[in-house]
Design a protein around this ligand. Structure first.
Ligand SMILES: C[S@@+](CC[C@H](N)C(=O)[O-])C[C@H]1O[C@@H](n2cnc3c(N)ncnc32)[C@H](O)[C@@H]1O
Length: 233
């Protein structure tokens, strides 16, 4: 991995750094609670779809990882994953967490502080990149650059898997909207056409439920629909 010393240039990313530093999102979590949530991953269809397409020898990166549940779940199966996030505090907490969890997490999960908008400069090319709940925070202009970075950081024929929330769900705005940086809405069609315009070939798409960490955060038993697309270059 190469070092990342560029300044943060996107407002949504600065907002996330502030939100996390103020303790309003992705607070440090104890290993027992984390493992309990991690056990739910098999019920999370975004993860199940991801798992289906990752081979044991693949290099994998999560772009904008938050608590990085999917990355930890892959690491549990001895798949090497870089969990990238812009927040230095979050990454420091993930390093502490993976050490406290021990093996296999400690050897297979690599938290990395860095900016998706510099992705191609900070990591080697990957077989698989996934991003779950990050893309929707950026403006259209920024999203074009986001996708260009993803493409440049993928090996030929690499796979990109993305998920955005379904903001048409009435619970989403009322429960979550004011707790996180601004979000842009997508339909399956608008997401697919942005990805297509960025040069991705759409392989698969579907609907999923939010991850277990998110469920805990909203502290309810509600399941909020999300949309996901898996793309092959
Ligand atoms: C909604 S969270 C992702 C949720 C995560 N997938 C999970 O399972 O918990 C969005 C994350 O993207 C990160 N982020 C925002 N801008 C970023 C950027 N430019 N580069 C890397 N990470 C970024 C934020 O710090 C935040 O942790």
């Amino acid at each position: 991995m190469m070092s990342n010393s560029q300044p943060i240039t996107h407002k949504a990313s600065l907002d996330w750094v502030r939100t996390i530093e103020e303790g309003k999102g992705y607070m440090a979590i104890d290993p027992d609670s984390f493992l309990k949530l991690l056990r739910n991953m098999e019920g999370y269809s975004f993860f199940r779809t991801l798992r289906k397409h990752v081979k044991p020898e693949d290099s994998v990166l999560e772009a904008g990882c938050g608590w990085a549940f999917s990355s930890f779940a892959l690491a549990k199966e001895h798949i090497r994953v870089i969990a990238l996030d812009i927040s230095g505090k979050l990454i420091a907490d993930l390093v502490t967490l993976k050490r406290r969890l021990g093996q296999p997490y400690d050897s297979f999960l690599f938290p990395l502080e860095g900016d998706i908008f510099n992705l191609d400069r900070i990591v080697q090319k990957q077989n698989v990149i996934f991003s779950d709940g990050t893309y929707e925070h950026f403006t259209k202009d920024a999203r074009i650059i986001f996708l260009r970075n993803i493409r440049n950081a993928l090996k030929d024929g690499g796979t990109f898997m993305i998920q955005v929330p379904n903001m048409g769900n009435p619970f989403f705005g009322s429960v979550v909207g004011n707790k996180m940086p601004m979000l842009f809405p997508f339909t399956m069609k608008s997401l697919s056409s942005e990805l297509h315009a960025a040069g991705f070939h759409l392989c698969e798409r579907g609907y999923s439920f939010v991850n277990p960490g998110f469920e805990q955060w909203v502290q309810s038993q509600w399941r909020l629909n999300g949309k996901f697309c898996r793309l092959k270059m």
